[in-house]
Design a protein around this ligand. Structure first.
Ligand SMILES: *[C@@H]1O[C@H](CO)[C@@H](O)[C@H](O)[C@H]1NC(C)=O
Ligand SMILES: *[C@@H]1O[C@H](CO)[C@@H](O)[C@H](O)[C@H]1NC(C)=O
Ligand SMILES: *[C@@H]1O[C@H](CO)[C@@H](O)[C@H](O)[C@H]1NC(C)=O
Ligand SMILES: *[C@@H]1O[C@H](CO)[C@@H](O)[C@H](O)[C@H]1NC(C)=O
Ligand SMILES: *[C@@H]1O[C@H](CO)[C@@H](O)[C@H](O)[C@H]1NC(C)=O
Ligand SMILES: *[C@@H]1O[C@H](CO)[C@@H](O)[C@H](O)[C@H]1NC(C)=O
Ligand SMILES: *[C@@H]1O[C@H](CO)[C@@H](O)[C@H](O)[C@H]1NC(C)=O
Ligand SMILES: *[C@@H]1O[C@H](CO)[C@@H](O)[C@H](O)[C@H]1NC(C)=O
Ligand SMILES: *[C@@H]1O[C@H](CO)[C@@H](O)[C@H](O)[C@H]1NC(C)=O
Ligand SMILES: *[C@@H]1O[C@H](CO)[C@@H](O)[C@H](O)[C@H]1NC(C)=O
Length: 718
């Protein structure tokens, strides 16, 4: 009672927790499931085999459970059953080979399911099939109904029928019996049997019973006749005939006769077939001829071999020599090697040579380029023509005189490339570069794209004309010599030399002569002073002078020369020293002299007053250069007037001054007052200690022309 109470309490608890009605679901658990095979898993065909599926389920209470059982074979559902008992059986009754396989079962209650173990069942042995025929006497080609059955087998079966051990029919079916229509070929006794194969396992049964069938021959076999004989010669008449001799009238409408050669039907008819030719040809008509009669599914045939011998063999065209150059002779010959002398003589064959399908009447030809083409020949005898195979003849072109050229400029002592090329000529062409008739290189060009190229170098201009090319493409006699090479040769320049006076007076011009000993014209000379470009000139001479005006300073000069060889050559630099100009030296000398004279004159005048003076008296008072102006005043007294040019700062003033000019001016002061009526030509000359003025001194016959300049530096150059 205690147990029952506890049980009740537990159940109540369960139902409260599950929130379910106690009547709608049972409490259970599937413990195990098991598949059993009886009497064994390996049995003979025909045995009764039982599959038993059993479960062990624990359950609460005595509620009836529904067990849903399923049996599976090779994973396919075989059978299912609902019961209220925990086991179920399934019979294989009787077991056949088709039942062999893997079995298992499953059981489901509500949503709980369990699958059993697997059992492999092998059923050995197949039933021996039974062959039954509707007729045992048939005529050739007639249909015969045959049934092969294995009544006890199940599953898909493939049945095979044999006649005299040769398979005649095969058919598969899910039934254990098939009925087929057989057509037996070959008259006489024939033994028929069948067997079957299990589609799934490929297992083959034993042969069925053998049934003897008598096949009556159908007299439709054809005959073949060949006229005049199986061995003939080309040009002979040939006839082939097929006949079916004794056809039962009843069958005549169903009969057909064919004459075939290979896949071609030459002739056909209801009862006979024939074909003939007036002129048999060896290639076309030799071979196997077949006569065939056909009635429904029945066919009978016979064949014969016909040999048509050649009247003359295919002619052969020969070209001699096989390769020919223009101007060379070649011959064409056409001949058949074999002739059937029983029918014709060799001379009975007429030959023609064709060039591009047109008759070519010559057999010996001096080749022209236009003779190139496709040649063939044809022999004809007894109106049978035979063509030779075609020969493509290409008359080779002799090489033309080669051209010789260079690319770009040729520079002495620098390698360059000479090209040789002939405009015409068949390849390969062999080019030889000659220098003074001596070979210097050989090149063989094999295609039009190829150019013979030779790398050479020369060191004198004349050498360029020593090169020639020679080309040949057909031995020595085809040699062609080209013209000599004509190309511009550029001689690189020698180092230029600069000539310049090493020393010169300031303000004078400086001739800078730049010259080269060797080198092609034109030349571009460029002069530099202290690395700055002075001037550049393009010229057709090897020597050029550039004149620098008003040289004022010591400088370093050099020149550069370049020609088409494009190598810049530079002279050695040369330094030119600049000295005082001559007139400055003279001026200084004069000035010193006059100063001395003036002092002496002054001394003399201060003592006895000697008044005789000429109208033209040169009176010059030179004041020693003041430190701030460094200037020298020169006064020249003319009879007419005095020209005074004053150059101060940047302005120059030219003044005609009366002799009554302001004598208070210290610069212009003359001690001699008697000369006041005269015009004075005065120049203020400013001298620098290191004179660099380039002003060219212009000296008049009776005037001293001078320019007074401020201490500005000399203009660089004019
Ligand atoms: C067994 O019962 C289930 C559930 O009631 C049903 O679906 C199934 O069809 C039944 N099977 C057979 C073989 O009666
Ligand atoms: C064929 O027949 C022989 C006996 O005649 C038997 O031993 C054998 O098992 C048979 N084969 C099959 C596949 O049934
Ligand atoms: C095969 O069997 C089915 C029924 O089992 C039957 O209706 C049918 O006629 C059979 N076919 C042949 C060719 O025997
Ligand atoms: C079939 O076999 C039998 C016995 O071997 C033979 O006499 C008969 O000529 C054969 N039939 C044919 C059509 O080959
Ligand atoms: C061939 O058959 C035709 C009728 O189809 C007949 O006229 C002819 O005589 C036959 N030839 C021979 C040679 O039997
Ligand atoms: C010529 O005839 C002989 C003998 O019949 C044969 O061997 C040879 O191949 C034939 N030559 C040609 C080119 O047909
Ligand atoms: C044979 O050569 C002739 C002449 O070139 C040509 O007309 C003919 O078509 C050729 N026959 C064959 C079968 O090639
Ligand atoms: C010029 O070149 C030839 C070789 O090509 C050489 O023998 C000769 O000495 C060279 N002459 C000079 C002046 O370099
Ligand atoms: C060389 O070529 C130039 C022009 O390219 C031509 O004036 C000259 O006559 C030619 N000299 C010779 C020898 O062919
Ligand atoms: C400089 O060269 C020119 C000719 O180019 C010439 O007339 C002049 O006398 C030369 N002067 C000197 C100083 O050599």
């Amino acid at each position: 009672m205690g147990l029952s109470l506890r049980h009740l309490l537990l159940s109540a608890f369960f139902f409260i927790c599950a929130g379910q009605d106690p009547g709608s679901a049972a409490v259970f658990t599937i413990n195990s499931i098991k598949l059993e095979v009886h009497p064994a898993t390996e049995v003979e065909s025909g045995t009764r085999v039982t599959l038993k599926c059993e479960v062990d389920v624990s359950q609460e209470g005595s509620q009836l459970l529904t067990y849903q059982f399923s049996f599976f074979k090779d994973l396919d559902l075989l059978h299912s059953q609902n019961t209220t008992v925990p086991h179920v059986t399934h019979q294989l009754e009787p077991a056949r080979a088709a039942h062999s396989g893997e079995y298992c079962c499953s059981m489901k209650i509500q949503s709980k399911k369990k699958i059993s173990n697997t059992k492999i069942v092998t059923v050995s042995g197949l039933q021996t099939p039974v062959l039954t025929l509707e007729e045992k006497n048939v005529v050739e080609g007639e249909a015969l109904m045959a049934t092969c059955s294995a009544a006890e087998e199940s599953g898909k079966l493939c049945f095979t029928f044999y006649a005299n051990s040769t398979e005649v029919k095969r058919q598969c079916s899910s039934n254990n019996s098939v009925q087929v229509q057989l057509t037996l070929e070959g008259a006489g006794t024939q033994y028929l049997l069948c067997n079957f194969q299990l589609y799934l396992t490929r297992m083959r049964s034993n042969n069925s019973n053998t049934v003897k069938v008598l096949v009556k021959e159908l007299p439709i076999a054809p005959t073949i006749s060949i006229y005049p004989s199986k061995s003939i010669i080309e040009g002979d008449w040939l006839k082939v005939q097929c006949d079916v001799i004794q056809v039962p009238l009843s069958l005549l409408s169903k009969l057909n006769v064919f004459l075939n050669k290979g896949n071609t039907i030459l002739s056909s008819g209801p009862r006979n077939a024939s074909w003939e030719t007036e002129k048999a040809l060896a290639a076309k008509h030799s071979g196997n001829y077949m006569c065939k009669s056909e009635m429904d599914n029945l066919q009978k045939s016979i064949s014969a071999l016909v040999d048509v011998a050649e009247l003359f063999s295919q002619p052969i065209l020969t070209v001699n020599p096989p390769e020919v150059f223009e101007g060379e002779q070649f011959t064409l010959a056409c001949e058949s090697a074999n002739v059937s002398t029983e029918r014709i003589k060799k001379s009975d064959i007429k030959y023609n040579i064709y060039k591009d399908n047109e008759i070519f009447s010559h057999s010996t030809v001096v080749a022209k380029l236009s003779d190139s083409g496709n040649y063939a020949c044809q022999g004809v005898a007894k109106t049978i023509p035979k063509n030779s195979s075609t020969i493509a003849l290409k008359v080779k072109e002799l090489v033309s005189s080669p051209l010789i050229m260079v690319q770009g400029a040729v520079v002495l002592d620098t390698p360059f490339t000479i090209f040789c090329r002939s405009e015409k000529g068949s390849f390969p062409i062999s080019y030889t570069l000659l220098k003074r008739r001596q070979p210097k290189g050989i090149y063989t060009a094999r295609s039009p794209g190829e150019q013979a190229a030779f790398r050479v170098s020369i060191n004198t201009t004349q050498e360029i004309t020593e090169f020639t090319c020679e080309a040949e493409n057909n031995g020595h006699q085809s040699k062609k010599l080209g013209l000599t090479l004509n190309a511009t040769v550029i001689e690189p320049l020698s180092t230029p030399e600069l000539y310049a006076a090493p020393e010169l007076e300031e303000g004078s011009e400086l001739n800078l002569s730049c010259s080269v000993k060797k080198g092609s014209l034109p030349i571009t000379f460029t002069w530099y002073r202290d690395d700055t470009l002075l001037y550049s000139q393009h010229t057709d001479q090897r020597m050029k002078i550039y004149t620098v005006k008003d040289v004022t300073e010591d400088s370093s000069y050099y020149c550069e020369a370049v020609n088409l060889a494009n190598e810049r050559m530079q002279s050695k630099p040369q330094t030119v020293r600049v000295t005082f100009s001559k007139w400055k030296k003279v001026l200084i000398g004069t000035f010193v002299l006059l100063a001395v004279v003036a002092i002496i004159a002054g001394v003399l005048l201060c003592r006895p007053k000697q008044g005789k003076k000429s109208a033209k008296e040169l009176s010059t008072k030179a004041t020693s250069p003041k430190p701030e102006s460094d200037s020298v005043v020169v006064s020249v007294v003319h009879g007419g007037g005095s020209y005074s040019q004053v150059s101060g700062d940047d302005t120059k003033k030219t003044v005609w001054s009366e002799s009554t000019s302001d004598s208070s001016s210290e610069d212009q002061s003359s001690e001699d007052n008697a000369d006041k009526a005269d015009l004075e030509y005065a120049e203020h000359v400013q001298l620098q200690p290191m004179a660099s003025s380039e002003a060219p001194p212009k000296k008049g016959t009776d005037t001293v022309y001078s320019e007074v300049q401020n201490s500005a530096k000399g203009q660089s150059e004019s």
